[in-house]
Design a protein around this ligand. Structure first.
Ligand code: SF4
Length: 393
């Protein structure tokens, strides 16, 4: 077969048209090359007493992830009579699932306000070029936290809050919770003196909220390191019984997801639409540069349809078939990529008797409608080439 990936529907024979690497995101090169897999401002009030509410209570903004540390920090500070607004961040690839439960939890812990923050282009810039680099995977934690802390500082002004606090524990995380990184975060966010870490406060210099008597330093903690035992004991003491396990958390710390992120950055640059696609389905990089995401099951199919963007092509063989979302960074998808994508959709669909399978194609418009395009009749990819078949297994 020739090296032209656009003719994958012509059948296979002789030299394999593609070769296969490993999973996660599959990069498909023409046969001279291959399917190599790559898995394919605020100003803080001049005087907090001026800004205290009518009950003369100080007010604070907490960076609330919903993890155990931020839960305990919120409870400790709320117990001191501080009015807390919980600030929760969701990155562009994360949906809103569970946000309502987190708001309930924050309010149960004593928060009297809850704000959801969804950085988009701002986060893309950070992900593409983090000033402080990445952690072990695609997690730009220092830049990410700095962005969140700057947002919290802006909220201080809007809410008339007195300080910001977090659930950070000294030495718990290798990147952003080293003392040096914590100092950078405090200084660069403009929160010097007004950023309290209640769980490690006794190991750190006193902050202004402690010095001015808004918070009792004696009731704060001296936790350090990666062990969760002190936090679990405190949770017992405070009557907090339900909290997430440490295994969950940010997808950017996952090695497989991280490879998808770096592949996106390399081929398409960082776009919000590109990030939204990343968590769902199997991903393929096609010879003409297009990206194909294929649902593995109904849940994936629904998720892919929900994050498809105007200009994306939606492919569906309508026989227990995955939904495919196909896009090219420059707009029009090359015909060779469209043909190959249709073959892959057909290859993962319920097997059909005839030699070719009909794949329906539609383009998502700006108005959110589907513009139906000519249907394709293709040979399923698993019948085209043994390497493709092995890759799809
Ligand atoms: S783990 Fe994820 S959300 Fe948390 S600071 Fe790092 S990049 Fe940001």
């Amino acid at each position: 077969m020739s090296t032209c990936a656009g003719r994958v529907d012509e059948g296979s024979g002789g030299e394999p048209a593609y070769k296969v690497g490993f999973a996660d995101i599959y990069t498909l090169y023409p046969s001279s090359g291959i399917i190599a897999s790559l898995l394919l401002n605020s100003n803080r009030p001049q005087n907090w007493r001026q800004m205290a509410d009518k009950e003369n209570k100080p007010r604070a903004v907490e960076l609330f992830s919903g993890g155990l540390d931020s839960i305990l920090a919120l409870k400790l500070i709320a117990l001191q009579g501080v009015r807390v607004t919980a600030l929760h961040m969701r990155l562009p690839f994360a949906g809103n699932a569970g946000v309502d439960k987190l708001e309930e939890l924050a309010r149960w812990l004593g928060a009297d306000g809850f704000i959801l923050y969804r950085p988009e282009d701002e986060f893309c810039r950070i992900l593409a070029e983090p000033v402080y680099g990445y952690g072990k995977n695609a997690n730009p934690c220092i830049d990410c936290k700095l962005m969140l802390m700057k947002h919290a500082k802006g909220l201080m002004g809007e809410l008339g809050a007195d300080f910001v606090f977090t659930g950070e524990v000294l030495g718990e995380r290798p990147m952003s919770q080293r003392r040096q990184a914590m100092d950078i975060l405090e200084r660069e966010s403009g929160l010097t003196g007004w950023l309290l870490r209640p769980l490690s406060a006794k190991l750190l210099p006193p902050t202004k909220p402690e010095e001015e008597g808004m918070v009792d330093r004696e009731a704060l903690k001296d936790f350090r390191g990666r062990s969760r035992k002190p936090q679990m004991a405190l949770a017992d003491e405070l009557g907090v019984s339900a909290y997430p396990s440490p295994a969950g958390g940010c997808l950017l710390t996952d090695p497989v997801f991280g490879r998808r992120v770096f592949e996106l950055l390399e081929h398409d640059g960082c776009t919000v639409e590109g990030m939204r696609l990343l968590p769902h389905g199997r991903h393929f990089r096609l010879p003409g540069g297009s990206k194909l995401a294929l649902g593995r099951d109904r849940e994936d199919n629904d998720a892919l349809l929900s994050v498809a963007a105007p200009g994306d092509l939606i492919l569906d063989a309508r026989v227990s078939s995955p939904v495919g979302v196909l896009r090219h960074r420059e707009g029009a998808v090359p015909d060779e990529d469209l043909q190959l994508a249709a073959s892959l959709v057909a290859g993962y669909a319920k097997p059909q008797e005839g030699p070719r399978v009909a794949v329906y194609v539609a383009e998502l418009t700006e108005a959110g409608d589907d513009e139906v395009l000519p249907q394709l009749e293709v040979i399923p990819a698993d019948r085209l080439d043994p390497d493709l078949r092995r890759m799809m297994a």
